[in-house]
Design a protein around this ligand. Structure first.
Ligand SMILES: Cc1cc2nc3c(=O)[nH]c(=O)nc-3n(C[C@H](O)[C@H](O)[C@H](O)COP(=O)(O)OP(=O)(O)OC[C@H]3O[C@@H](n4cnc5c(N)ncnc54)[C@H](O)[C@@H]3O)c2cc1C
Length: 414
């Protein structure tokens, strides 16, 4: 006999597990499926910002946290740096296998049923006496549901099966190449960068709107580079150059590993993310921050919103408004910030020497970047603060050019 659920959630990443947990907490009968066998790894730098941690609504245990993030080091292509240490924790680094496994466990604890190793194969509809129902075909049988959350990532099937999107356009995508580097167990963190609790962001011209990163976790580093999809053909070479610079700066003699390429479907474009009772969340909806590349916060936030909209529809018994209500909420909660983030990425464009020279002369600008990790709505504050301070920013930049303000590697804290 086919089992009936209120909602089937496809994909157990941060978006899907959050949607499943919140829906179960709201009293719905929830099935969460994932095509991978858990624990599964997910290529990711594993930076979970404080705003994402707050959105979760519960603390992560020490076994899930790799390192606290206490600041940012911005590194120019020439190797100069501005290190800004914050008094607040800006986030943590995690291994995605552990983090995602923990979020799926929280969904199960809330009452959701979780089937891993269970890919979605097909999605159809059935109309009967109880209104429209979705028929979910998986490798482990068929299920019926009143609503679906498609949280199956950038290359998920849900969007295609219900006709929301056939494929991404190139201009909607970012591209990335990254690799994990395990360090010898006897190597202390100090030996591989004096401050492993700072995340490192590198400017990597000549790629457009590109940056490289190096994030520390216990016993290793995650090194990667992100750019627009238009620069995808050149990103492999840029990754190898970035890797060499990161390794050299730490005196590490490790061969450059084969980086893995991924797409990042970025937000900022008004596009359909729902149809009928099917709501897309996280990467499946294209909710990666265009400037920072952060996706986990937006996945958690949209997963929660999808669950709330479905729970409200279930209590009124009317699913006909679920799609427009969800899209309205996504525009309010995410799209505005994505647009400012996109604008910032476009303004910095080819991140050559000029933006770094501005920051070098005004190191406290890095704290505006830190705010983006700390709380939602920070892009608007960043633009306003930069506007208000622009005379001082330009004056200090000009003074630095004249040699009246010291430059070179800078360290600040607040
Ligand atoms: C190299 C790289 C580094 C990144 N670093 C960061 C970072 O440091 N911080 C940050 O915030 N973001 C980062 N991101 C972005 C972040 O990884 C994603 O935005 C985030 O994982 C999105 O979560 P999600 O739940 O939407 O999708 P995912 O985490 O991709 O989960 C989707 C799930 O759906 C499952 N699935 C797919 N198809 C099916 C199917 N047919 N049936 C059933 N299940 C299916 C998959 O197995 C997967 O478990 C990075 C991305 C990349 C590529």
């Amino acid at each position: 006999m086919m089992r009936d659920y209120d909602v089937v959630v496809v994909g157990a990443g941060p978006a899907g597990s959050t949607a499943a947990r919140v829906a179960a907490e709201r009293g719905l009968d929830v099935l969460l499926i994932d095509k991978a066998r858990f624990p599964r790894n997910k290529p990711c730098a594993g930076g979970v910002t404080t705003k994402a941690l707050n959105e979760l609504g519960f603390d992560l245990p020490g076994s899930v946290v790799e390192r606290d993030i206490m600041g940012i080091r911005l590194v120019s292509s020439g190797g100069r740096s501005v290190s800004a240490r914050d008094s607040r924790r800006l986030g943590v680094t995690v291994r995605r296998a552990t983090f995602d496994g923990f979020l799926a466990k929280k969904a199960v604890e809330a009452g959701a049923c979780f089937l891993d190793d269970t890919p979605l194969i097909d999605l159809g509809t059935e109309t009967g006496g109880r209104g429209e129902r979705y028929l979910v075909t998986t490798s482990r049988g068929r299920f019926r549901a009143k609503a679906i959350v498609g949280a199956d990532g950038a290359c998920g099937r849900t969007a295609r099966l219900v006709g929301i999107r056939r494929r991404w356009c190139r201009w909607e995508l970012g591209a990335s190449v990254s690799a994990e580097v395990d360090l010898p167990p006897d190597l202390s963190p100090d030996a591989v960068g004096s401050e492993p609790d700072l995340i490192e962001l590198h400017l990597v011209p000549p790629l457009r709107a590109a940056f490289g990163w190096a994030f520390h976790r216990k016993g290793g580093l995650h090194i990667g580079i992100g750019a627009t999809a238009f620069d995808a053909p050149r990103i492999g070479e840029a990754f190898r150059g970035h890797f060499r610079r990161v390794a050299q700066a730490r005196g590490l003699e490790v061969p450059c590993p084969r980086g893995r390429g991924h797409v990042l479907p970025t937000g900022g474009i008004r596009r359909p993310v729902a149809r009928g009772g099917v709501l897309l969340a996280g990467d499946a909806a294209g909710f990666v921050d265009p400037f920072s590349g952060e996706g986990i916060y937006n996945a958690i936030r949209s997963g929660r919103t999808a669950a709330e909209v479905i729970a409200d529809a279930a209590s009124s018994g009317d699913f006909s408004r679920a799609a427009p209500v969800y899209m309205h909420r996504c525009r309010q909660e995410l799209l505005r910030e994505f647009r400012l983030s996109m604008l910032l990425a476009a303004m910095l464009g080819r991140k050559d020497g000029l933006p770094f020279a501005m920051v070098e002369a005004n190191p406290d600008l890095v704290f505006l970047l830190a705010d983006i990790l700390y709380e939602p709505g920070s892009y608007r504050r960043l633009f306003l603060a930069s506007l208000v301070r622009s005379p001082r920013i330009v004056a200090r930049f000009l003074m630095a050019r004249l040699g009246l303000v010291p430059t070179g590697s800078v360290r600040i804290s607040r």
